[in-house]
Design a binder for this molecule. Structure first.
Ligand SMILES: *Cc1c(COP(=O)(O)O)cnc(C)c1O
Length: 449
């Protein structure tokens, strides 16, 4: 029995998988907030390069990965598939637990899987500079790394609470040559409003997105990049699941349960969508998306048309949402604090292809510690949500006496998040459950899908 299953570089997937070709119910179109009509591709042209807009709306099942992109992905891909044998023993479970280790990339998470292609497509379109936002700093690091690889400038608006909590993320971005400012910043009109009210405003992803979009549409040769939520981002991440399918085939295994954590919804569909395709065509399979109880987008947010940002400048997207006015509690899983959920993931939840679960902060850190003390690697606080669910499922398998195969996405390492572990170990972290009345207030005037 192998602890790790490696795929040869020559066997890396050559195409991304686009689930839009197989969905039983198509995703409703994004709407223009003024007219309420579906938006047209040219309306997005000031924000994204046309080659990525074409991917966003494509209905083709397979899209070829350019050679120049593969060359960069080889720096850490194919990523290893591991079996969590120590955790299995510790839990005394008949379940077999496998995971894709996405912490092996230079920035330490799955995010460069899309940062690399996004920067590449911007570059061949003639773009010189990219603006973006970052929550916990992982997307900002990934985009900075990718811009450096392709010689583009990067400007990152980082949610202030994380900017203060995680100074080393900023240092990573600066090491790769990017500029990073705390958001809300006085540099954009979207940020200025909040900054002048309160220079220590904690910020939110929604505000940071408004700032980065404004920067892109008002600066020369600049476009905006988003690290999650959008269709093309999810598609770039499917390389994880396509590799996993080959690796699982090498050991003659097929998962019964697939698990991942969801912020905007990119690493989880990255692993699960190639398998959700099998489920659409009749395979019996459980697919579980995990989130924090403090940001219960999928478990409590209604399926509505909502803005992607706080300043309400983006098109209306069909998604599970807590409302674009949502300001999250200061939990440490910064990457799981977005108010919305990717339209493709939202659609799959509504169609019953995926189920969602919420976990409290303390339970997720307890799971992370169990992981670190069995499998060794220290997981990102976001990843701990998936691990909490894996442990729950492995215990259930023991109760039921079933030899289930669990596959999950180990989305990133937590070496830059040690301040969060420090706070947990010192007993300073608390649980927070978002009250239903608060959600009702934030979403009451949104149109249901
Ligand atoms: C950003 C991030 C997430 C959440 O984002 P998704 O787009 O939902 O994948 C999860 N884990 C890690 C390590 C991250 O950096």
């Amino acid at each position: 029995m192998n602890k790790k299953i490696f795929l040869n570089e020559t066997d890396i997937p050559r195409e991304w998988y686009n689930i839009q070709a197989d969905l039983p119910t198509p995703v409703p179109p994004p709407l223009h907030p003024g007219t309420g009509q579906p938006i047209t591709p040219d309306m997005l042209a000031p924000i994204f390069p046309m080659n990525l807009i074409e991917q966003e709306i494509s209905q083709e099942r397979w899209i070829k990965i350019p050679h120049e992109v593969l060359e960069k992905l080889y720096m850490w891909r194919p990523s290893p598939l591991y079996r969590a044998t120590n955790l299995e023993k510790f839990l005394d479970t008949p379940a077999r637990i496998y995971y894709k280790n996405e912490g092996v990339s230079p920035p330490g998470s799955h995010k460069p899987n899309t940062a690399i292609p996004q920067v590449y497509y911007n570059k061949i379109f003639g773009i010189k500079r990219i603006s973006t936002e970052t929550g916990a700093g992982q997307w900002g690091s990934a985009l900075s790394f990718a811009c450096n690889q392709f010689d583009l400038e990067a400007k990152v608006y980082m949610v202030r609470v994380s900017y203060n909590q995680k100074p080393y993320r900023r240092v990573m971005m600066e090491t790769w040559g990017a500029k990073c400012v705390p958001s809300p910043s006085p540099e954009t009109s979207a940020g200025k409003k909040f900054f002048e009210e309160n220079p220590e405003h904690p910020g939110s992803l929604g505000i940071a997105i408004s700032e980065a979009v404004e920067d892109a549409v008002t600066s020369k040769d600049t476009r905006y990049a988003l690290g999650s939520v959008l269709n093309h981002v999810l598609m770039h991440q499917t390389i994880i699941g396509l590799e996993a399918q080959k690796q699982m085939a090498m050991i003659n295994k097929y998962p019964n349960v697939i698990i991942g954590c969801c912020g905007g919804g990119s690493n989880f569909p990255g692993l699960s969508f190639p398998y959700v395709r099998d489920k659409i065509y009749g395979r019996d399979l459980q697919v579980i998306a995990c989130e924090p109880t403090s940001c219960p987008t999928m478990t409590k947010g209604p399926y509505v048309y909502d803005f992607g940002d706080t300043a309400k400048t983006t098109p209306l997207l069909p998604m599970h949402s807590l409302g674009s006015g949502f300001i999250p509690a200061g939990i440490h899983a910064g990457g799981l604090r977005y108010h919305g959920m990717a339209p493709l993931v939202s659609r799959c939840i509504t169609d019953g292809l995926i189920e969602a679960r919420a976990f409290n902060q303390l339970e997720t850190f307890a799971a992370g510690l169990t992981w670190a003390r069995t499998e060794g690697f220290i997981p990102a606080p976001e990843t701990n949500h998936a691990i909490a669910s894996v442990i729950e499922e492995a215990k259930r398998a023991k109760e039921e006496g079933k030899e289930k195969v669990i596959l999950f996405n180990w989305s990133g390492h937590g070496i830059i998040d040690l301040a969060a572990y420090d706070a947990y170990l010192a007993g300073k972290l608390t649980d927070y459950e978002m009250p239903s009345e608060e959600i009702e207030r934030l979403v009451c005037d949104l149109k249901r899908c």
